[in-house]
Design a protein around this ligand. Sequence first.
Ligand SMILES: C[S@@+](CC[C@H](N)C(=O)[O-])C[C@H]1O[C@@H](n2cnc3c(N)ncnc32)[C@H](O)[C@@H]1O
Length: 326
Amino acid sequence: MTFTHISVLPSEACFHLNLKPGNICVDGTLGGCGHARTILEQILPDGRLIGIDQDVDAVKNAENLLAGFSNNVNIFHDNFSSLPAILDSLGISGVDAILVDLGLSFYQLMESQRGFSFQKDEPLDMRMDKRTSTTAADIVNRYSEMALTDIFFRYGEERMSRKIARTIVEKRKLSSIASTGQLASLVRQVMPAKLLRTQKIHPATRVFQALRIEVNRELDHLETFMSHVPDMLNNSGRLCVISFHSLEDRIVKQSIRSWEKGCTCPREFPECSCGFIPRLKSISRKPIIPGEREISTNPLARSAKMRVAEKISHMGKPGGIAGNQE
Ligand SMILES: C[S@@+](CC[C@H](N)C(=O)[O-])C[C@H]1O[C@@H](n2cnc3c(N)ncnc32)[C@H](O)[C@@H]1O
């Protein structure tokens, strides 16, 4: 098991998290611990890092790498959508910074042998958390044609979703589809020759993305997490989310916007009756993206976008907080 420590936007994330010695910080996606180690450098000697990953291999790697910091680090094999319960279990009511760096680690993509990459012929698994029950093979071999079409269209934004789903259902009548190689070549066969010539990405890219999102319920967990962010941050605490495709980025952007907005009463109301007040403010209007130099050393950073928000302090203001505005 070899984890790489290359992180996306490492100095930008640390800068925007506004870290200081003594801070309590969360890394919701430990992966190879690149960010975690940079965060620790900024918050020691008294700070605390709460590290989470749903992949047990990442957790074992983190336990080894961060063993020397046991007084400052708590590691959890869990989903970051469970962060409120994790903080409760530690008796922590608020943290100063939260980072989530979504998607797959280099280890998962290239070495885990769980079928995340169409470049390798591996079992169709795609589970980041091996304790969950549904694999990509289960979905491909059991979901209805309509459900497959929907997944490829919604989570992969795949224009050929209907035809791909129909071909999968035809093929699996003869024998089940068990490997990434089988699925990738089936998708390639379905694609019109013109599209194969003009598309810059591998023809199976969108189908693989869609299956991975469905297997790991990635968007649901992200939405749940975002709906709790202001409750978990201390006043002026910072959130950084690094995402890798438009579906994730949209959830993050819209959620920050809704927390920024406050009052949801119709304009014609003479005064506010909903009681909602802004709870986050966006730190950068546009997402922060890696520069050419970072992309040339780490091609996986190519599609990264980082959004940053800060918890607004309402201490001493009348009105209070009316609850979740999602
Ligand atoms: C891009 S890697 C993180 C890399 C890490 N920031 C670094 O510097 O090495 C993403 C990691 O997040 C984990 N992950 C993705 N979604 C998660 C979720 N909802 N809850 C917990 N861990 C998650 C994956 O298992 C993977 O290890």
